[in-house]
Ligand binder design. Structure first.
Ligand code: FAD
Length: 387
């Protein structure tokens, strides 16, 4: 048992209440036994472990801040713990709890929330978040081509969505579509068993292989007006969800670095070359310290953002810089970790190859490094470089 085994070098966890700390450790232990030992196999097979869903439901952790009244720091550290165990399972939760549940909590009317949230919180119904399109990625605000047309008491949806996590098996998906009447992007809760909905798994990914991402086609799908999210009436409304979930992805970048640090340090201590452990060489120690510095600076930034979120919320540019900065540090950290494992760093049996590859998805989703830099750049110069 080495000191600083959990990578929390400046004891940020002490900022949690003792109840939250106990809960975090309970979930961490669960992830260490139920998820981490199996994660490389799920990743290699490219299959999502559906049997895990009722067991995660038993943990009763969906919506930790809004429903359970926990701090944003607890929610962030919890998400980092999921990522430390396996980024694919963390992303499944990030989609169901962050993007999907967040859309309903932020944009649905009180009556809609009352009808839908109980099944979402208990994970009886699993959700997905359908915003990105084949032709609308970074420019998703202008690039939304999926249409919604009002027809009496119904809406008719037509179009295509790409990359939608969980959507091959989810019960529901929130679809963002452009209302042909006023040209605004609106949000709809779509039951995936309805005629006109089809989802095809995206194959051959080199990252997040156990997450099921889908290409969705909406072909004349008809839903009642009660499934139009009452508060989702323009892209500004969609952005209210992204502002929060971008922070969750930055927490994933923290968890990803904690995982890389853990695997690399353990390996360096155990692996012998030239008759000594790798960890005894100065260059290797320097690399481990660089990994730790990156991880802890990312964590420190996120702790402050969690405080801001507790006090009313982070601004767009504050979330954007956090996502850009932590994912850039993550890329450096996982590359160092992969190098420390030498040849074994490219085999998933040693975890690091999976951590290394998964980092690439985190770097690009929920706004790429460039787009989050441009959001921050606009805030500090007063000039928009991307519109
Ligand atoms: P593009 O927008 O085509 O960008 C390509 C490159 O060009 C990037 O490097 C980008 O930074 C750069 N670029 C673009 N515009 C500019 C500019 N103005 N200046 C400088 N550089 C620029 N979406 C959902 O709606 N729901 C999901 O559940 C979901 N899950 C995902 C899971 C995974 C694994 C992945 C990979 C993506 C997921 N996405 C999801 C979509 C994701 O958010 C997009 O991939 C992301 O926003 C980038 O869009 P794009 O891939 O179309 O890249």
């Amino acid at each position: 048992n080495l000191p600083y085994a959990d990578g929390d070098f400046y004891f940020f966890e002490e900022l949690l209440s003792s109840k939250e700390r106990d809960r975090l450790h309970e979930v961490r232990d669960w992830l260490a036994t139920e998820v981490r030992p199996h994660a490389a196999r799920w990743w290699n097979e490219g299959e999502f472990p559906h049997e895990l869903i009722p067991r995660i439901a038993e943990l009763d952790i969906v919506s930790p801040v809004r429903r359970l009244g926990c701090s944003n720091l607890f929610a962030g550290l919890l998400h980092a713990e999921f990522t430390r165990a396996d980024t694919s399972v963390a992303t499944f939760m990030g989609v169901h709890d962050g993007l999907f549940t967040g859309s309903i909590e932020t944009l649905a009317s009180p009556e809609q929330q009352e009808a839908w949230l109980p099944d979402i919180y208990s994970m009886k119904k699993i959700g997905a978040f359908g915003l990105t399109e084949p032709l609308g990625g970074s420019d998703v605000a202008g690039g939304t081509r999926t249409t919604a047309e009002r027809d009496g008491d119904s809406w008719v949806l037509n179009g295509a969505k790409r990359w939608i996590g969980n959507a091959t098996f989810s019960n529901w998906v929130v679809i963002y579509a452009r209302d042909v009447a006023d040209n605004q992007v609106k949000g709809f809760l779509v039951d995936t068993s309805l005629p006109g909905y089809s989802a095809t798994k995206i194959e051959n990914k080199i990252a997040l292989r156990s997450v099921q991402n889908a290409d969705i086609v909406l072909d004349g799908l008809r839903i009642g007006d009660e499934f139009h999210l009452a508060g989702a009436n323009s892209f500004k409304d969609t952005n209210k969800v992204l502002r929060i979930t971008r922070l969750s992805v930055a927490w994933q970048a923290v968890g990803q670095q904690l995982a890389a640090f853990d695997v690399a340090r353990r390996y360096a201590v155990e692996r012998q070359q030239f008759g000594r452990p790798l960890a005894s060489f100065q260059l290797i120690q320097q690399q481990l310290v660089e990994m730790l510095g990156n991880t802890v600076s990312s964590l420190g930034m996120m702790v402050r953002l969690a405080q801001l979120a507790d006090n009313g919320g982070a601004r767009d540019e504050q979330s954007a810089l956090a996502k850009a900065f932590t994912t850039a540090r993550m890329r450096e950290t996982v590359a160092l970790g992969r190098s420390i494992l030498g040849g074994n760093g490219i085999v998933t049996d040693y975890e690091m190859a999976k951590i290394f590859a998964d980092a690439e998805a985190i770097y690009s989703y929920e706004g790429t490094y460039e787009i989050n830099s441009l959001v921050t750049g606009r805030a500090i110069t007063g000039m928009a470089a991307f519109l």
